[in-house]
Design a protein around this ligand. Structure first.
Ligand SMILES: [Zn+2]
Length: 328
């Protein structure tokens, strides 16, 4: 790739000391605005026309196309250019190290993601930036993944996580100052769902409503958790799981749900609570101000209740309600 748009920006070669503060959990608007200001004027104009000053973590294929026309960049180059905006969503109180990712589906829609660490609990609760972007795509109804742009090489955990996703034929991973490469390059001789006789993948299923800004009743919470449960991905254990979180901001009550993304190698699985918190954070809103939480789970030899309740207690002190369904 020529004229890599990100290579001249020192904040992308070393994300330490770049103006983000890992200890701050709320979305850093001033950092976001700074990154916007650094974009070429034609791109800024497209984004300000579409979003005014509201932060965004999803770009429709139409807007991606407009940005490509305005900048003259191809999709991967545009992804690299926009990475600092995705990185703005990072929450890194443990590492103070900020990772951003942008997933594109084969229709050309773009989904942002960033790393998300939780203080006061165990390190295994962390969401990696690649997982964040993929969870965002899944929640918003993406049907596959064609390109993943990241500011650091994917760790082994993420390579295995990506291998669970439905990928378009020409799926590529793009890093700064590098040629795009396939997942096969990053994960040769892979252990895959096929080794366990599973054809299902994350993404590709019918989209679901992942948030509800007019929620007023407890039943809404349970219904959304049930819907998330029903569309979760748990082909290895049958431990289907969905969570719905109720947020209150003044008069507004908002529900955000999340569904479980299981992995054939088990440990890179992403719990439903993480998927819900990720969706909320990527709206640029307060993700800790939870008033009520409900999990719907198919109990098998596994249960995710203790793990989710522990994290929830650390975040907001709210007790997790649970509706356990019989295994089938
Ligand atoms: Zn990773």
């Amino acid at each position: 790739m020529n004229n890599n748009p990100i290579s001249d920006n020192p904040s992308n070669s070393n994300n330490k000391n770049n103006g983000l503060d890992g200890k701050k959990h709320s979305f850093n608007r001033s950092y976001w605005n700074e990154q916007l200001k650094q974009l070429p004027a034609p791109c800024r104009s497209v984004l300000q026309g579409r979003f005014s000053n509201t932060p965004f973590s999803f770009l429709s294929a139409t807007i991606v196309q407009e940005l490509q026309e305005a900048s003259g960049l191809d999709q991967a180059e545009l992804g690299l250019l926009l990475l600092p905006l995705a990185t703005s969503f990072a929450v890194a109180p443990v590492s103070d190290f900020f990772v951003g990712a942008i997933a594109f589906d084969s229709d050309g829609n773009a989904y942002f993601g960033a790393n998300f660490e939780f203080a006061g609990t165990h390190i295994g609760q962390t969401i990696h930036a690649e997982q964040s972007a993929i969870a965002n795509a899944w929640q918003l109804g993406a049907k596959d993944l064609a390109l993943l742009v990241i500011n650091y090489p994917p760790c082994g955990h993420c390579r295995q996580f990506i291998n669970e996703v439905k990928l378009a034929n020409n799926f590529q991973i793009q890093l700064p100052n590098s040629e795009p490469k396939s997942l096969t390059y990053y994960l040769p001789e892979d252990f895959s769902p096929k080794d366990l006789g599973i054809e299902d993948r994350i993404l590709g299923k019918q989209t679901q409503q992942s948030d509800n800004n007019n929620a007023t009743l407890d039943t809404d919470l349970k219904e959304m958790a049930k819907l998330a449960h029903d569309t979760s991905h748990a082909p290895y254990s049958g431990n289907k799981n969905g969570i719905a979180l109720l947020y209150e901001e003044g008069e507004n009550k908002e529900i955000v749900s999340g569904r479980y993304a299981e992995n054939c190698a088990f440990n890179p699985s992403l719990p439903a609570l993480q998927v819900a918190l990720n969706s909320r954070r990527l709206q640029g809103k307060d993700w800790q101000n939870i008033k009520q939480a409900v999990m719907v789970e198919t109990k098998t030899t596994l249960s995710q209740f203790d793990n989710a309740s522990g994290l929830l207690k650390e975040i907001c002190g709210v007790a997790l309600g649970v509706v356990a369904l019989d295994s089938y």
